[in-house]
Write a new protein. Structure first.
Length: 291
């Protein structure tokens, strides 16, 4: 007997969409949203589910945006709620539309020029100089947060190369957390590297690492210099370790581990033909999505 194909419910579609969107590699969110519009043919449902996931995606990946002539990162640390963010350099806050990728409603966000803010400024100046020299497409921000009577700092670094026509995308990010405490403080750093290569294959690489170090915290300028040296040393160690691991993945290892598991057909999937056969090349209504 013939099986009748049952159309998934709206709730099932929403659940599947959210699962796919949460797995989206950095730099590809807009493309995934567009593809879901084509597949599901329900722009309203796609946009409704994508809006919340886009906010998390942007904050998790430290998305850089231009505001008042310079770059600020969107993170959980400068999130004021209601899709509003704070730029510590220009002392402005603004709303951000995560789907359309546009800022709106900027307004002055007053910050007291206290001891903590002076430390933050010194840290940002030193970190920015380092990032400018070592990351061709890098950005950084230093945020100050109050935790009870203690003042906490989080320094964020983001560097990416999004080249879908090559085709590969990658993101390097790290955040460094410490408190403004007398004499010494413990700096904790977390690295994350994500790579997606999709020419004749679909290869995802994700590497993370955490480090910590105790630094003297007596003089602002000296601490900023010591902090930048620590970040540079750990960046270098992480970079070297990644290169060594890549070299270890020799052709011999690839053949032994993957050749037995993957069929070798020596042919490529004709995706355009598949789309035509499945009648998926349908036009989509005009909706503004992330570039």
């Amino acid at each position: 007997s013939m099986c009748t194909r049952q159309e998934p419910s709206e709730q099932e579609k929403a659940s599947l969409m959210c699962s796919l969107l949460r797995q989206t590699p950095p730099g590809e969110f807009g493309y995934v949203v567009y593809d879901l519009c084509v597949l599901i043919q329900d722009d309203k449902l796609v946009r409704q589910e994508a809006a919340c996931i886009a906010a998390c995606h942007n904050k998790n990946n430290f998305i850089p945006i231009q505001i008042n002539g310079h770059t600020v990162l969107l993170t959980h640390y400068n999130n004021l709620g209601g899709n509003r963010f704070f730029d510590p350099e220009s002392k402005f806050s603004f709303e951000f539309d995560h789907l359309r990728g546009v800022t709106r409603k900027p307004q002055v966000h007053g910050v007291m020029l206290d001891e903590g803010e002076l430390w933050r400024i010194a840290l940002h100046k030193g970190l920015k100089a380092y990032v400018s020299c070592h990351f061709p497409a890098g950005n950084c921000c230093v945020f100050k947060k109050s935790l009870g009577k203690r003042q906490m700092f989080v320094a964020c670094i983001e560097a990416h190369q999004y080249q879908p026509s090559n085709p590969w995308n990658c993101l390097w990010k790290s955040d460094w957390t410490f408190a403004l405490t007398p004499f010494t403080t413990e700096v904790t750093g977390i690295f994350l590297l994500q790579i997606h290569y999709f020419k004749d294959a679909n290869l995802h690489v994700s590497v993370s690492k955490s480090v910590s170090e105790t630094l003297n915290m007596i003089d602002r300028s000296q601490f900023a210099a010591d902090f930048v040296k620590f970040v540079e040393a750990e960046d270098t160690k992480f970079h070297i370790a990644i290169l060594e691991n890549i070299q270890a993945l020799s052709e011999d290892i690839w053949e032994k581990n993957l050749r037995r598991k993957l069929p070798v057909t020596r042919t490529f999937m004709n995706w355009n033909e598949l789309l035509n056969d499945q009648h998926l090349n349908t036009s989509v209504s005009n909706t503004q999505m992330l570039p």
